[in-house]
Design a protein around this ligand. Structure first.
Ligand code: SIN
Length: 485
């Protein structure tokens, strides 16, 4: 049971063209902390995706024609409603995703911040006038909404990954369709409910729920009426969706997998590094794309850092995210937990040593022990694959040159972190890391004002900040001639 102050936030059908679309077939949404079924949600399909595209297309001209101020006023109401209902939205998220309630409420504030930010940024979509090569001509550059935007988002951030895409799209004058992860559709539907209350017109924000991701994704990536497609998820799935978008030459944004190195130099403040490590590694039980995946620790401080981290990790309280004092929830599914454990076992077979944890937790279900491993090498599978669980493999290094080579020895390039107090080293390492985002003496780097995104196989484009709105705009060049008398 999910108990809310505002029960209307608990919706269970797709939201298309301002209406709740009930289907004969449903799918279960379960609580990963208990396995209890929370809701049965309408199982939308390709036809629903087509209806959503048609609705978004029909709603586009009127929404695009509104002034930036008019759109900002509506987005601002959406933001206010999210913050007003922060507790309920957090409860829904904890129930379907498993993260502790404080973390869920933090995600609601994080997600709402994109709506607040872009409500304002929509007012600053500036064009240009450019002196032309001939005296009787001027070059004028307009920025216009790209059109209908479709997006697919993951279960690890059920609310903020939607608003990070929807807010700039809507602020730019685009209309929007979201297919949320089938593990966590309730947060998306609650956002739709609040969007309606905020006065977002029908067809401007649509949610298609369903387990048939292939059929829904096929429509969203191949429809000629969708101008822009945005995806957050794994690199293999992103690669496939990117291919599907090629037929209609869509503008594509991809926020894909990562393999973040968390680097500790011998001149670092080790206590600060441990705090950064806790936040970066164990946030959401290790289930984020920007989670520290490998700890590269200079040999002279390797054992001290390991001891300090071990002491800090012992403080985690695992359990149902709704319970008082719980600081880490379960993994999303039993399969996710089995995959994490398989990587740990493989590393042990290759010579790694478990310092703490290393097993499914005594609570059972999807819970995994917060884990630290030593004697790990950069060539082990655990250092090459995204772990997506609460496991910290510690790898020693000796020199800065060796470190840069190890850190960059991956197909991924999303986030990296390092701790050092040497200003020369800070510049050299920051410039040498092949990553889209670098946390320097900082373990949490995500916020609405900053450009989030990766290089290499970690994706295309940036979300958040002044850069994030550009992907939802087209540039139109006007050549104004005949100016001579
Ligand atoms: C992600 O894991 O995809 C997003 C993490 C974040 O926004 O910090």
């Amino acid at each position: 049971m999910i108990r809310l102050n505002e029960p209307a936030l608990l919706a269970n059908h797709s939201y298309i063209n301002g209406a709740w679309v009930k289907k004969d077939t449903t799918f279960d949404v379960t609580n990963p902390a208990s396995g209890v079924v929370l809701a049965q949600v309408s199982n939308g399909d390709g036809q629903d995706a087509e209806a959503a595209v048609a609705a978004a297309k029909a709603a586009l001209p009127a929404w695009a024609a509104k002034s930036a101020n008019e759109r900002a006023a509506i987005l601002r109401k959406w933001f206010n409603l999210m913050m007003e209902h922060q507790h309920d939205l957090g409860v829904i998220m904890t129930a379907e995703q498993g993260k502790p309630l404080a973390e869920s409420k933090g995600e609601i504030a994080y997600g709402a911040a994109f709506v607040d930010w872009y409500a304002e940024e929509g007012k600053r979509i500036y064009g240009d006038t450019i002196p032309g090569p001939a005296s009787d001509k001027r070059i004028i550059v307009l920025k216009q909404p790209i059109g209908v935007v479709a997006a697919i988002t993951p279960w690890n951030f059920p609310s903020s990954m939607i608003t990070r895409k929807a807010a700039p799209a809507l602020a730019a004058g685009c209309t929007f369709i979201i297919k949320p992860a089938s593990e966590t559709p309730l947060s998306a539907l609650a956002l739709a409910q609040l969007a309606e209350m905020a006065g977002i017109p029908k067809g401007v924000f649509n949610v298609v729920t369903g387990t048939n991701s292939r059929a829904i994704g096929e429509v969203l990536t191949t429809s000629p009426d969708v101008a822009k497609f945005s995806f957050t998820g794994s690199t293999p799935v992103g690669r496939k969706l990117y291919e599907q978008c090629a037929g209609t030459i869509k503008k594509v944004s991809l926020e894909l997998g990562g393999n973040a190195p968390f680097i500790v130099f011998d001149d670092a403040d080790l206590d600060a590094a441990v705090q950064g490590a806790l936040a970066s590694k164990y946030r959401n039980a290790g289930q984020t794309c920007v989670c520290a995946n490998r700890f590269l620790v200079q040999r002279s401080v390797y054992d001290t850092f390991a001891e300090k981290l071990e002491a800090a990790v012992a403080e985690f309280q695992l359990g149902d995210g709704m319970d008082e004092g719980v600081t880490m929830g379960p993994l999303i599914t039993k399969k996710a937990m089995d995959d994490v454990h398989a990587l740990v076992e493989q590393s042990v077979a290759q010579g790694a040593q478990v310092v703490v944890g290393g097993q499914p937790h005594a609570l059972g279900g999807n819970y995994y022990q917060p884990t630290i491993m030593k004697n790990v090498s950069n060539s082990m599978a655990i250092a090459a694959n995204e772990i997506f669980g609460p496991v910290a493999p510690l790898i020693p290094f000796d020199t800065e040159e060796e470190l840069i080579a190890m850190a960059n020895d991956t197909e991924y390039g999303l986030a990296a972190y390092f701790y050092s107090r040497d200003i020369g080293r800070i510049w050299r390492v920051a410039e040498g890391l092949e990553y889209g985002m670098v946390g320097i003496n900082e373990g949490i780097i995500s916020n609405a004002a900053a450009p989030f995104g990766g290089v290499k196989s970690s994706g295309l484009g940036r979300e958040g900040s002044k850069y994030g709105i550009e992907d939802f705009l087209e540039i139109k060049y006007l050549c104004l001639g005949g100016l001579n008398k």
